[in-house]
Write a protein that binds this ligand. Structure first.
Ligand code: NAD
Ligand code: ZN
Length: 341
């Protein structure tokens, strides 16, 4: 089968033929139809320090995808070939304290599809049957391919109660943009989104944001005044991974605010934590998606009309993957979906 492989410990990926994977006991093989490029894939493509430390080579990459069930391993029940599915990309150990307590999303021994085990930039991918998520008819294939990042957005946006609250989202990448739509649907009053890129801020308005704010130019206090917010934002969703964005968030939330942290910093961020202490803030780190509460809510939100299609900027055949990576690298792309069908 054709697969996009990190062949050696160096930048780039290679489209090549590799053997079709065979599902082991409890596993399912999926014929991939659509796959999307994630920030994590960009790290692996560039081969930065994180990738070099984390990804064994050779490795078939990719973990955002949908497809149809193709073959079942021994002992799998309740799944039939032909089912349209997506898959949770984190494979928890199933045995640790968190796994046994319904918190598998923070299993310390998680394996990542396309990171530590063969991934979905390929004609076929094998995952544990427990990680399959059947797709409702209302979810089109290309949206099925971006449920992994939508799940990050839903998990973060619903970490705290946003009903009637004013929410600040820092970072209008695909995840921040989808989180803006989720917050609006979940009943937030104002959703202000900050970024450094005007196109992304325009997209934020399409996704239902109240205001797009240039983090490097606009004054958040002035925006708060305009919107009639006297004391600050009630909830913050940090989705940029930029330390100045987190600092601006701490400085502009109300005392007692809640902040969910999804963005990954390239190194330890320099933050004035005293300000957070004096304000009595609550922080929650967000990793992945809750298994499987986030999936349930996300699919239900899509079935009831949540529209995240505007974040897909590029639709390309699989062979033109390099254009997709280049478009993301240049900042021209938001979400890139590759077709294998
Ligand atoms: P992205 O890189 O496409 O988006 C980040 C956005 O932040 C960009 O649009 C960028 O212009 C903007 N930005 C940069 N500096 C800023 C600043 N000072 N103020 C405001 N905005 C600023 O990323 P994405 O795919 O949307 O993912 C968002 C973040 O979440 C990334 O840091 C990613 O690594 C992280 N992530 C975390 C998890 C998790 O499980 N915790 C999962 C997926 C992604
Ligand atoms: Zn575990």
């Amino acid at each position: 089968m054709r697969a996009l492989v990190k062949e050696s410990a160096a930048p780039g990926l290679t489209l090549k033929d590799v053997p079709v994977p065979v599902p082991g006991p409890g596993e399912v093989r999926i014929r991939v139809r659509k796959a999307a490029i994630c920030g994590t894939d960009m790290h692996i493509w560039r081969w930065d320090d994180w990738a070099a430390r984390t990804v064994p080579v050779p490795m078939v990459t990719g973990h955002e995808y949908m497809g149809v069930v193709d073959a079942l391993g021994e002992g799998v029940s309740g799944v039939r070939p032909g089912m349209r599915v997506s898959g949770e990309g984190h494979i928890p150990c199933g045995e640790c304290r968190n796994c046994l307590s319904g918190r598998a999303h923070i299993c310390a021994r998680t394996q990542g599809v396309g990171v530590n085990r063969p991934g979905a930039f390929a004609e076929f991918v094998v995952i544990p049957a427990a990680n399959l998520r059947p797709l409702p008819d209302a979810v089109p294939d290309e949206i099925g391919a971006i449920l992994d990042p939508l799940g990050n957005a839903v998990h973060t946006a619903l970490a705290f109660d946003v009903v009637g609250e004013d929410v600040l989202i820092t970072g209008a990448g695909p995840i921040g943009l989808m989180a803006a739509a989720v917050c609006r649907r979940a009943g937030a009053r104002h959703v202000v989104v900050s970024d450094l890129n005007d196109d992304r801020l325009a997209l934020a308005m399409r996704m239902g944001a109240t205001r797009g704010v240039r983090a490097d130019r606009d004054d958040l206090h002035a925006v708060m005044d305009e919107l009639g917010m006297r004391e600050g934002f009630d909830v913050g969703l940090e989705m940029s991974g930029a330390a100045p964005a987190l600092q601006a968030m701490i400085d502009n939330v109300i005392c007692g605010a809640k902040i969910a942290l999804l963005g990954l910093f390239s190194g330890p961020p320099r933050i004035d934590l005293n300000a957070a202490i004096f304000k009595g803030l609550t922080f929650e780190g967000i990793y992945g998606r809750k298994m499987y509460e986030t999936w349930h809510k996300m699919l239900a939100l899509l079935e009831s009309g949540l529209d995240v299609a505007p974040v897909i900027s590029h639709r390309l055949p699989f062979e033109r993957y390099a254009e997709g990576f280049a478009a993301i690298e240049s900042g021209a792309a938001c979400k890139v979906v590759l077709s294998l069908d």
